[in-house]
Design a protein around this ligand. Structure first.
Ligand code: GTR
Length: 326
């Protein structure tokens, strides 16, 4: 009896689900490397709810989480081609394509998350969003990516000297390769999805990321030393394929832009909560966390990286604008 009741309820639920999805004329497919429940995934799902409500059920979003549509670099290309409608990615993998994205990806460019928010919510952030339009994309909003620090499987890193000769995975961006080299270590750019097994098999010694990614990827299981040197605060971005965007009416385009903006505070709240939860989970797992680290030598070592990348007057102005932002 109970079984029949449960079955009936399940059937009803699936019918309801099908009809709700069917009511949407357009379901935008959005990619994310992170799993269900991760702040970026939930924020885009919330944006989808806003969209559905504000378009009377015409536009919806389906988030393909857990890299179902591929690793970030490949999904970016597919979004440019219009195969994927939307994408939530780090700015890192855009660095080699869109020079403006290099600036917020520079090591130690932001003094804090609050500073990053003020910059990305202001004219510099708008300038970066606008830059996507020359690359078949529409920049919609920035999300948080926390601060990134090194973790490895070999030993606790307590100073810059301890990094010497170690091999770290970085996102596929030249800046990060040069950043790691300038610290005296070796960089291997590779997709996020290959990091776990590469650490496990000793192809690399470690990687670098924020608390939620270190936790949700399970990297802490294979790299048990985490040094909070916080060399990067790289914002994440939500972009839409220009091909998909152009199919919408002007009114719908405004609704999409606004819903993306409205998903930002939702994301920031989720992020703050998740950082604490992830930190606790990782600490409970017995990872060695090194907090007592002098950042000054790390900051000083970045001079050649700035010299190499901040060369055009445009990027120099952007760096100056960020530094002048309170
Ligand atoms: C995460 C970020 C992802 C991805 C990943 C990586 O923090 O949210 O978009 O860039 O890092 O290291 O590849």
């Amino acid at each position: 009896m109970n079984y029949v009741k449960t079955l009936g309820a399940a059937l009803l639920a699936s019918v309801a689900f099908v009809s709700a999805a069917a009511a949407c004329e357009v379901t935008l497919r959005s990619s994310d490397t992170h799993p269900e429940g991760y702040p970026t995934v939930v924020a885009v799902q919330k944006m989808g709810e806003m969209l559905e409500e504000r378009t009377g059920g015409k536009l919806c979003i389906e988030v393909f989480h857990s890299a179902q549509l591929g690793q970030e670099k490949d999904t970016i290309e597919q979004t440019q081609f219009g195969v994927i409608d939307m994408n939530r990615v780090s700015l890192g993998p855009f660095n080699n394509i869109i020079e403006e994205t290099q600036v917020p990806s520079l090591p130690f460019i932001f003094r804090s998350t609050d500073h990053m928010h003020r910059v990305m919510d202001g004219p510099v952030g708008q300038q970066i969003l606008d830059a996507f339009s020359d690359h078949d994309l529409v920049g919609l909003a920035f999300y948080d990516g926390g601060s990134r620090s090194f973790y490895n499987s070999q030993r606790p890193i307590r100073s810059i000297e301890d990094l010497a000769g170690m091999k770290f995975r970085v996102m596929q961006s030249d800046i990060f390769v040069d950043m790691v080299s300038a610290l005296g270590a070796n960089a291997t750019p590779m997709p996020y999805g290959e990091v776990y097994s590469s650490i496990q098999t000793g192809v690399i010694d470690g990687a670098e990321n924020n608390w939620p990614s270190y936790d949700s990827s399970g990297h802490f299981e294979v790299a048990q030393y985490y040094t909070l040197n916080q060399h990067l605060i790289v914002p994440e971005v939500l972009v839409m394929s220009k091909t998909s965007f152009d199919k919408l009416s002007a009114e719908e385009q405004d609704i999409v832009r606004q819903a993306a903006r409205d998903s930002v505070p939702v994301m920031r709240d989720l992020w703050q909560e998740r950082e604490k939860v992830s930190e606790q989970r990782v600490r409970d797992a017995g990872v060695e966390i090194i907090t007592d680290i002098d950042k000054t030598p790390f900051i000083e070592a970045m001079v050649p990286v700035y010299q190499k990348y901040v060369t055009s007057p445009k990027l120099q102005q952007m760096v100056a604008d960020i530094q002048a932002t309170e």
